[in-house]
Design a protein around this ligand. Structure first.
Ligand SMILES: [Fe+2]
Ligand SMILES: [Fe+2]
Ligand SMILES: [Fe+2]
Ligand SMILES: [Fe+2]
Length: 416
């Protein structure tokens, strides 16, 4: 029978607090870990950070003391889960290696959600930003090659290609072109809500991560690269969060947060090869089942509504980290030239003259962009950029190595 978190018995709340030793998870071995174990950890860290921050926000918007106490209880557990998950990352994994993991999450999470998304507008939003995070992976990989000489595919392995996406320098759009229409949660397929909640939390965590670690680099180019891509993650959070239904009540949002956590832990434990990680996913699922039960109770008590009428009757199709090479190539081959335009997307060359995109680009890229400088520097140093094109040459002709690299060399010579 299909798994239904609403019919399962979770871990009682009073048993959810763990000792320091139990929470201090044994880190994985960075040389042998499966890349998708790393990405599962990064994703669920983002989900737990969102869970804790959402519960803080909720508590700041109620004067009901009893409610504040109930929220504090599960919030402390969300914090504990966040630490158990994020402490799986070993101390010897560098900030840059973790960063490649973050962008691999963005690529393969987004590509899977897009392929399973029933709402055309939401799918387009996912495909659109997919090409941008895909490019971030390429820029950071080249920075790694340039500064450490290390092979970036030692992190991502042969699951995710590394090559040019929609070039980061061209992704910077005016803030007014990052806001999308929202989805009516009650009319949408439940899986659409789960997708939106998941991608917002993941992009938000990436934004927060770059906000904090981008200044850990000693050279100005690396510091600039993290700033530039960090601002792109701000754009991505704005883009995705505007899809969320703003008409949900706090109790409805709580319900969706907890249901989403159940859906994700249940999904991730299906394919986890690492025993320690699998134990974390399983244990957290049993806690989330109880959080969901509490959220249902709160809704009945405070809003006199039936939570079951809002949630799916059975668990939707599970989420999977898997290789999405062919799908991403299809989007690379068809959507490279799109840009945001109001709440929609159009090819850059169809923008009206004097559009704010052009104005914004000329401001932020006035002195060039670190994401371009990284590639230029590596080409100057080694004669080539770094790519891991597993299924052949780039699907978009102008970005094939045979065209793109000589073009950079000509430009550098002309400006020398
Ligand atoms: Fe949680
Ligand atoms: Fe990104
Ligand atoms: Fe992103
Ligand atoms: Fe939870």
């Amino acid at each position: 029978m299909a798994f239904n978190p609403l019919e399962e018995k979770g871990m009682p709340m009073e048993k959810q607090f763990k000792s320091w030793v139990e929470v201090n998870t044994k880190p994985y071995n960075k040389d042998t870990v499966h890349p998708y174990t790393r990405t599962r950890g990064i994703l669920m860290n983002g989900i737990e950070v969102e869970a804790a921050l959402f519960l803080h926000d909720f508590a700041r918007h109620t004067s009901d003391l009893e409610l504040k106490k109930t929220l504090a209880l599960s919030r402390r557990v969300e914090q504990q889960q966040q630490k158990a998950v994020n402490w799986m990352i070993p101390g010897n994994e560098s900030t840059l290696e973790v960063t490649l993991g973050y962008e691999q999450v963005a690529v393969d999470l987004t590509a899977f959600l897009a392929q399973t998304e029933p709402d055309g507008y939401v799918k387009q939003a996912l495909d659109f930003a997919l090409l941008e995070d895909f490019d971030h992976l390429y820029r950071y990989a080249n920075y790694m090659k340039m500064t450490e000489g290390k092979d970036p595919s030692s992190v991502t392995k042969q699951y995710t290609e590394i090559t040019v996406g929609r070039p980061t320098a061209l992704e910077h759009r005016h803030p007014l072109d990052e806001i999308r229409n929202f989805v009516d949660c009650k009319k949408a397929d439940p899986v659409t809500n789960l997708h939106i909640y998941t991608i917002v939390a993941a992009e938000q965590q990436t934004m927060n991560y770059y906000m904090n670690v981008g200044n850990r680099f000693t050279d100005m180019l690396g510091r600039g690269l993290y700033q530039e891509i960090g601002q792109m993650e701000e754009q991505h959070v704005s883009h995705y969060e505007s899809l969320m239904d703003p008409n949900l009540t706090w109790f409805e949002m709580l319900l969706w947060h907890e249901y989403n956590e159940c859906w994700l832990y249940y999904s991730l434990m299906q394919e986890e090869p690492l025993a320690e990680a699998r134990a974390v996913w399983e244990q957290n699922l049993s806690m989330e089942i109880e959080h969901l039960r509490v959220a249902c109770e709160l809704m009945r008590k405070y809003e006199k509504k039936d939570p079951l009428s809002l949630l799916p009757e059975s668990m939707p199709q599970i989420f999977k980290f898997q290789s999405n090479i062919d799908y991403i190539r299809e989007i690379l081959g068809t959507q490279m030239e799109l840009t945001g335009y109001g709440t929609d997307y159009i090819p850059v060359d169809e923008l009206p003259k004097d559009n704010r995109y052009v104005m914004f680009q000329s401001q932020v890229n006035a002195t060039g962009s670190p994401s371009e400088a990284v590639i230029d520097t590596l080409i100057q140093k080694s004669g080539n950029d770094y790519r891991n094109e597993i299924s052949g040459p780039h699907p978009w002709a102008p970005y094939r190595r045979t065209e793109a690299v000589p073009a950079v060399k000509r430009r550098l010579e002309a400006s020398a």
